[in-house]
Design a protein around this ligand. Structure first.
Ligand SMILES: NC(=O)c1ccc[n+]([C@@H]2O[C@H](COP(=O)([O-])OP(=O)(O)OC[C@H]3O[C@@H](n4cnc5c(N)ncnc54)[C@H](O)[C@@H]3O)[C@@H](O)[C@H]2O)c1
Length: 389
């Protein structure tokens, strides 16, 4: 980290993988002034991508970039880079995450953080060997204000005994059978996990941060569209072998009470009518909540003290974990969650702490549990069995 020309520190970032998510991070860094109290500011100094296509957008919008390359090794050997954001297809995670950590760069890595459990374990071995490198995994939805509030309720044990939990992430663009195949629908790039590798970490973040312990899983995986056009405009179809939808029933223990409860986790690429719906629902003996990004500022809450059971609807506004210039009555959205998540990464890297339990990015330990869940889910589906996690 270097001292910039103001009192705020500068954290120099390289972006490896300049696709959809690489641009989201760059955009968040570009509006860092939105945050009022960040101890450091990310500055993009290097970009790396396989094709040259995104480079124009980056260099036009980020004059701080002085390294543009197709080879990620150039980013890792640059002394102008303190940290890297790695947003690559899943088959590359193992190699590039390990190389980045060994090069001493702090890492924010995209999920699933290794194409499979084996790859994730290999990454975790290297993380353990480099305690000075700060490593976190992307997952932005818990930064919605309603979810921060749910996290506070979990932390304060307001739910009583947990009765059941449902989390999930639902998409529907794959309903379109004419949508051509892409790397996220190919096992060699996306992994055997299929949709779980793509959406699963998002659905795990809150339960794992809560400290709830998944014990066993019974999973049903569905491949609904089994072939797709090989490219836009082509009439040739190729096999599409990844799992489209995954439904997991996980028996889970709340270590606070020692009680068990069912956690139902759904990740669907084919959920009719759902564009990008991330949700969490918790039923407890003292309180229940429902949140869905379909209604991003709405938190439904039922508190039970022996009287009437009444669902309230609370408008959560822009009450964020990391303070911003935005007024508290205004609306919060996807890109705000991305900014808050990055604020969390920078805050924790700079101060070695997080302001509250749910205001931190996913840790490597949490990612490891998510891989154990998905790996067991694959086995469960294959043999119609209940698998230990
Ligand atoms: N957090 C989220 O909400 C979210 C959303 C979508 C994707 N993701 C994750 O982000 C990661 C990337 O997904 P994406 O949607 O941005 O994909 P993408 O296809 O849009 O971008 C990937 C980029 O990597 C580049 N690339 C491929 N091989 C490369 C190599 N060897 N060297 C350098 N660049 C290379 C590609 O050219 C492409 O620009 C994945 O892990 C995915 O699961 C996260």
């Amino acid at each position: 980290m270097t001292q910039g020309n103001s009192s705020i520190k500068t954290l120099r970032f390289g972006i490896i993988g300049c696709g959809l998510m690489g641009r989201e991070f760059a955009s968040a860094a570009a509006r860092w002034c939105h945050l009022t109290d960040s101890p450091a500011q990310p500055v993009i100094t290097a970009v790396c991508n396989r094709s040259a296509k995104p480079f124009d957008w980056f260099t036009k919008n980020f004059p701080t970039i002085d390294l543009v390359t197709h080879d990620y090794h150039d980013v890792l050997s640059s002394d102008q880079v303190d940290a890297v954001y790695i947003a690559l297809p899943h088959h590359l995670h193992r190699e590039v995450y390990i190389a980045a950590i060994k090069a001493g760069k702090h890492v924010m890595g995209e999920k699933p953080f290794g194409i499979d459990r084996d790859a994730n374990e290999a990454i975790n071995v290297v993380i353990a060997q480099h305690p000075d490198v700060f490593v976190r995994c992307v997952s932005q939805f818990p930064f919605f204000p309603a979810v921060q509030r749910i996290g506070k309720m979990i932390d304060e044990k307001q739910f009583g005994q947990i009765i059941s939990v449902q989390t999930g992430f639902l998409h529907s663009s794959d309903m379109d059978v004419n949508k051509p195949i892409n790397w996220k629908r190919m096992i060699q790039y996306n992994g055997e996990y299929g949709v779980m590798g793509d959406l699963g970490m998002h659905a795990c973040h809150v339960p794992l941060r809560a400290g709830w312990q998944p014990n066993h899983v019974r999973a049903i995986l569905s491949n609904i569209v089994t072939e797709r056009l090989e490219a836009k405009g082509s009439e040739t179809k190729v096999p599409c072998e990844t799992w489209d939808n995954a439904t997991l029933l996980i028996d889970t223990t709340d270590p606070v009470t020692g009680e068990k409860f069912p956690w139902t986790l759904r990740t669907f690429r084919i959920a009719p009518g759902e564009k990008n719906s991330w949700y969490v629902q918790i039923q407890g003996t003292k309180a229940c909540v429902r949140f869905d990004t379909r209604n991003p500022k709405q938190l439904e809450l039922l508190q039970y003290d022996g009287g009437q059971q009444v669902w309230q609807t609370i408008q959560t506004g822009y009450d964020t974990a990391y303070p911003t210039i935005t007024g508290p009555i205004f609306e919060f959205g996807f890109t705000d969650a991305i900014l808050q998540m990055w604020a969390a990464y920078v805050f924790e890297l700079s101060t070695n702490k997080i302001p509250s339990k749910f205001a931190g990015c996913v840790t490597p330990q949490e990612v490891a549990v998510s891989h154990r869940i998905f790996d067991a889910a694959l086995k469960s589906h294959q043999s119609t069995s209940v698998e230990s996690i």
